[in-house]
Design a protein around this ligand. Structure first.
Ligand code: MN
Ligand code: MN
Length: 400
């Protein structure tokens, strides 16, 4: 059967059939030209969509969404924007929120049905929480630090001096929304004041100044010394023995090669983070986060700095390559193979996030070098020396 006949019989994708019949156009080819309307800055940021590599073939669900396209909810004291399943349809298991708070700006006391993992991207904040025994937790968080609040655990975030903070929140539910959380002020505004009076054992008059609608984010004074807040919140119960925060900088790097480094942080290190596992990856210029897959969970990515490209191989002859910059979200469904290549002149830094208590990955080179060699050679038509040259110990970032 020829490729055209295979395509007609639905056994070969149309793209693959076309590829077999004719050489793939070069960039300068008239076939690759786009004389009609276009958005040059956007095309320039997405070269692998404008001119896909010949190994790409259609039918792969979009796996990129830039925070820059999200609606920004503006308030006095800061702002918030989110990438959820509503923005990025493939992202079923995880949603993300990017939030800015000024010095003194408060993300008000609240909780939600999803668990919250966070990383401080800029500046400083004070976080508060209440553990399941009713004991208080208050801590100051700086750039690179993490926190985690389980489902239903109430918490707040407040920007500190000199310039507040910006942070990324990661929720273990793609359907999560910052607009649908239990807020203290919203709850009070929707409870009859005679009931509140009875509940607290205070006069209704004393409650007159309570807000009539939610605050969500609002400006307040920068809080005083941490120890004073911790002591006042703990009261006679004492402080929580649980640590909702995690200092990444105090942990050793999990793996370092010439190509870059990775820090893996899951519940084996960050005990309370039982539903979210993370890898913080740095790829130096020219390096690549090697071909691999995750057997146990979808991967949600956030690009912190640099520029890169990723191909997701989606089975059945389908593959798509997309380009990523700082502030972009990427997503890979469970078990699908992928790599991330640094395409820029500076370090590429990104987060790999998983809805799981443990981090798991398998690398292509690890697989091929731990399978009977004759079997691998019979598949790939490579010689033994090539197979033997492959890394055997999962470098994570190449070159070794
Ligand atoms: Mn929250
Ligand atoms: Mn991955």
């Amino acid at each position: 059967m020829g490729s055209a006949a295979l395509a007609a019989a639905g056994m070969l994708s149309a793209d693959a059939a076309a590829q077999e019949q004719k050489p793939y156009p070069t960039k300068d080819d008239r076939s690759a030209s786009a004389p009609g309307p276009g958005n040059k800055p956007l095309d320039d940021q997405n070269p692998d969509s404008f001119f896909p590599p010949p190994s790409d073939a259609g039918g792969v669900q979009t796996f990129k969404y830039p925070f820059g396209l999200s609606h920004k909810r503006m308030q006095e004291g800061g702002w918030s924007r989110e990438v959820t399943i509503r923005e990025l349809a493939v992202s079923k298991s995880i949603a993300g929120v990017d939030m800015r708070l000024t010095a003194g700006g408060i993300r008000e006391l609240h909780w939600h049905t999803a668990a919250e993992w966070a990383i401080m991207l800029y500046g400083n904040a004070r976080i508060t929480g209440l553990d399941a025994e009713g004991k208080s937790f208050v801590a100051d968080i700086t750039e690179g630090d993490l926190w985690y609040f389980p489902t239903g655990i109430p918490h707040s975030i407040q920007g500190l001096k000199p310039d507040g903070c910006e942070f990324l929140l990661v929720f273990d539910d793609g359907n999560f929304s910052e607009y649908e959380t239990v807020l203290l002020t919203d709850w009070m505004a929707h409870t009859p004041h005679d009931v509140l009076s009875k509940n607290f054992g205070v006069s209704q008059q004393a409650l007159d100044k309570m807000p009539r609608r939610e605050k969500f984010i609002f400006q307040a004074e920068v809080p005083g010394p941490l120890e004073a807040d911790q002591k006042a919140a703990a009261g006679s119960l004492g402080m929580s023995t649980q640590d909702f925060a995690f200092r990444v900088a105090q942990q050793p790097i999990s793996k370092r090669t010439k190509g870059g480094e990775v820090r893996i942080i899951d519940s084996s290190k960050f005990k309370i983070s039982t539903t979210i596992a993370a890898a913080i990856v740095t790829v130096h210029p020219g390096g690549i986060r090697e071909l691999h897959w995750h057997p146990n969970a979808d991967e949600w990515q956030y690009y912190i700095s640099g520029a890169g490209r990723m191909t997701v191989f989606a089975t059945g002859g389908r593959a798509r390559t997309m380009d990523f910059q700082a502030g972009d979200v990427g997503y890979i469904q469970k078990t699908l193979p992928h790599y991330v290549e640094n395409t820029g002149a500076t370090d590429l830094k990104f987060l790999e996030m998983f809805k799981s208590s443990s981090y798991q990955d398998l690398a292509l080179s690890e697989w091929l070098t731990h399978t009977p060699p004759e079997l691998v050679i019979a598949h790939l038509g490579i010689d033994r020396a090539t197979l033997e040259a492959m890394p055997k110990d999962e470098p994570v970032v190449m070159p070794k």
